[in-house]
Design a protein around this ligand. Structure first.
Ligand code: NCD
Length: 304
């Protein structure tokens, strides 16, 4: 039985197969509409979510399966003190596959040890978010036509942003990516990602505080929200939350074909006026996430 806890759980070859499958589903959804008939996905969300949970549910419904689950810790037995290990043992007899989001790093990994069904990590604390990562690389591949030799700027909360950590882990496995890390000093990429991922793979990177200076050199700009829920005090959050605001004025300095991505939800970091710019790809990215999750469900259930 396979689980998806880190994006590295799939080899590059398998990852490319998943992207190809997602692409085929995207173009021929009718061919997949009852492939999961009789199968159920449980979505176990101990942390808030809109896109991730609903896109998992939409993915399973599109495949002809059904869904069950909970969308907050407060509404599940965790509020009575149940452990993740016990919860997953029970869910294993109710569903065929599950997606789990948890505020604690490593919780989905623990769950996978006790689970009788495939566990998909739908985001664990500030750690990993593999299905968002596959969504991100699928979007890059679909919109740029390839997945190599690009300069990508990560901007915002690089300290707590799990989508950033997860995507960097993935992109170092592809050829020719350069990384520009744009953040205030307090929200820099953690050393363990710099040393163990970027340095170890000999990937070039630059750290800067200036979005304006970085923008003209970027093929992709990956904006992120300052992760309020991971801050220890409100004052720091308020001081840092509006460090970067991408607006049409700044966007003038970006390349004509720069791809603007954001895992969403956004707060203030992208002005709504940017939404009409053809380079703004974040809503397309959210849409493509459903096809990626369909492909992942099929792969983990052994149906493709
Ligand atoms: C992200 C997450 O949960 O890490 N959202 C998502 O899954 N699309 C990013 C965020 O919450 O800022």
């Amino acid at each position: 039985m396979r689980h998806l806890i880190s994006p590295l759980d799939f080899s590059v070859e398998e990852t490319n197969e998943i992207l190809d499958l997602a692409d085929h589903i995207y173009r021929h959804p009718e061919q997949y509409s009852d492939i999961c008939k009789g199968k159920k996905i449980a979505t176990l969300f101990y942390e808030p979510s809109t896109r991730t949970r609903l896109s998992f549910e939409a993915a399973m419904l599109n495949l002809g399966g059904s869904v069950l689950g909970f969308s907050s810790a407060a509404s599940s037995s965790v509020s009575k003190g149940e452990t993740v290990a016990d919860t997953i043992r029970i869910i294993s007899s109710y569903a065929d596959i599950c997606a789990m989001r948890h505020p604690k790093e490593g919780a989905p990994l623990v769950a996978s040890k006790y689970s009788g069904i495939p566990v998909i990590n739908a985001g664990d604390g500030g750690h990993n978010h593999p299905t968002q990562t596959f969504t991100d690389i699928f979007t890059i591949k679909e919109l740029k036509g390839n997945l190599s030799n690009m300069t990508i700027g990560f901007c915002g909360d690089l300290k707590f942003g799990r989508t950033v950590h997860s995507l960097i882990n993935e992109l170092v496995r592809y050829t020719g990516f350069k990384f520009i890390l744009i953040s205030p000093d307090e929200l820099k990429l953690p050393d363990y990602v710099k040393n163990e991922v970027l340095d170890r793979n000999h990937c070039p990177y630059v750290e800067t505080r200036s979005l304006e200076e970085a923008l003209p050199g970027l093929d992709i700009l990956y904006m992120t929200r300052v992760q309020k829920e991971r801050f220890f005090n409100e004052e720091d959050y308020i001081r840092l939350r509006d460090t970067y605001v991408l607006d049409t004025k700044k966007l003038q300095y970006a390349k004509k074909d720069c791809l603007i991505l954001h895992p969403l939800p956004r707060v203030n970091e992208i002005a709504p006026e940017v939404d009409d710019d053809p380079r703004a790809a974040y809503f397309t990215q959210a849409k493509l996430g459903v096809y990626v999750r369909m492909a992942i469900i099929l792969r983990l259930l052994g149906l493709r």
